[in-house]
Design a protein around this ligand. Structure first.
Ligand SMILES: [Zn+2]
Length: 414
């Protein structure tokens, strides 16, 4: 920890105030998307990435939070539209809203964390009222250039009330891969309460604790992922703020997510999927400290296997290159202590990252074209959630004898 005095872990839940039990320590970690200029002498910010579960509401959460302005600022380098598969996915989500909850008189959709407008472009093209909240200026500018209405703020009680006063209530409040970033969930829920129409829906999708535990995908845990939701914890949180969990849908995107749909209590009948997922979680004892400690033991095993495999490849003179300088990769690299001696460079399609170094371990990042110039012996797939898209695109790599090295759900070569 270099500043902010945030050295002691939280003892009580951010949502309900009950006690927290720690089960996983991923070590000192940098800001996952704070890529470093070569030769920069500014000291990097590190924080302890430690995870616990609430004994009251079962919410899995980080025990240290990072000041939000350190994560989401003008140079935030993640662009949702950089993946073709994600563009198609969000166009589909938008069309579904247009066909269901946005069919009334002058419907209005608000998105929390609209990024570069990957979802809102479809809403805008349909001529439907919309507003995206996006505090990261660079990605927000891309959305604005597409004609999308963006407010450059964090979504919280105050800003939500201002929108409601100026534009009226929202029929849909939606958030993808953002809500779990926000420690101050109480203010977000009070904002939703202020802004949502009486029969509106609050829909969010984020990585699902059940998938993280089942796949040992510990790299889903980093500074931005403050919470890991389960149906049980979301249901408890919804009740606490006067809402009800009325639908859940498992999603194959981003390595396993759930789309949670909340309505005001008593306004909609929950679908059978809600009770089914809650029952499945109870049967798995997903939120029990024993299950979560078992997960932590699996994380330690994957860490040791990965380091051993990479060390062995280096000793055999094999070239290993990383694929995708993702936020997730920061957790893996810094937990395992993997630097440029084990992974020569990481290729990535985002121009903002090229020529920079990964946070903490300082592995160089190069453009996608560097991958084939010449192909390495092994490619360590950090962007494993886009595996199908990437492996289809890089058929020439495997055709030339290259192999993919993966670490989810365990270390294996493909
Ligand atoms: Zn709690």
């Amino acid at each position: 920890m270099t500043d902010d005095g945030n050295t002691r872990p939280r003892a009580t839940c951010r949502v309900c105030g009950d006690g927290l039990e720690q089960f996983l320590d991923l070590g000192e970690q940098p800001i996952s998307q704070a890529f470093v200029e070569p030769g920069a002498d500014a000291e990097e910010f590190f924080f302890p990435l430690v995870v616990g579960v609430c004994t009251g509401c079962a919410m899995v959460q980080l025990l240290h939070d990072v000041p939000r302005d350190r994560m989401f600022h003008h140079d935030y380098p993640f662009y949702s539209s950089s993946s073709q598969a994600m563009q198609e996915y969000f166009a589909g989500v938008a069309r579904e809203f247009l066909d269901t909850d946005l069919t009334g008189d002058r419907p209005f959709l608000v998105e929390i964390g609209c990024n570069d407008g990957v979802l809102l472009r479809t809403i805008k093209d349909a001529g439907v009222r919309h507003l995206g909240f996006e505090p990261s200026g660079g990605v927000a500018d891309v959305a604005r250039a597409r004609g999308i209405r963006v407010r450059g703020d964090f979504f919280e009680e105050r800003t939500a009330k201002e929108v409601c006063a100026a534009e009226g209530t929202a029929d849909v409040i939606y958030s993808a891969n953002t809500l779990c970033h926000i420690p101050y969930l109480d203010s977000v829920f009070r904002g939703v309460d202020a802004l949502l129409a009486p029969d509106g829906v609050f829909v969010f999708e984020d990585p699902y604790l059940g998938d993280v535990v089942a796949q040992t995908s510990f790299d889903q845990i980093y500074d931005e992922h403050f919470y890991l939701w389960s149906a049980e914890s979301v249901q408890a949180t919804a009740r606490r703020f006067g809402f009800e969990l009325v639908d859940v849908r498992r999603l194959p995107v981003h390595g396993g997510e759930v789309r949670f749909t909340l309505a005001r209590a008593g306004r909609r009948t929950p679908t059978p999927a809600v009770a089914a997922l809650v029952a499945e979680e109870r049967q798995r004892r997903l939120s029990s400290i024993d299950t979560l400690r078992g997960f932590a033991a699996n994380v330690a095993r994957v860490r040791d296997d990965l380091v051993r495999t990479l060390t062995d490849l280096r000793e055999r003179g094999r070239r290993v290159v990383g694929y995708g300088a993702t936020a997730k990769s920061a957790t893996v690299l810094n937990l395992c202590g993997i630097g440029p001696d084990l992974v020569e460079f990481i290729c990535d399609t985002t121009p903002d990252k090229h020529g920079k170094l990964t946070p903490g371990q300082h592995i160089p990042i190069r453009p996608a074209e560097a991958f084939a110039d010449p192909y390495p012996d092994y490619a360590l797939l950090f962007a494993w959630n886009h595996a199908a898209e990437i492996m289809a695109k890089e058929r020439a790599f495997t055709a030339s004898g290259g192999r993919w090295l993966r670490y989810v759900p365990d270390v294996h070569v493909v």
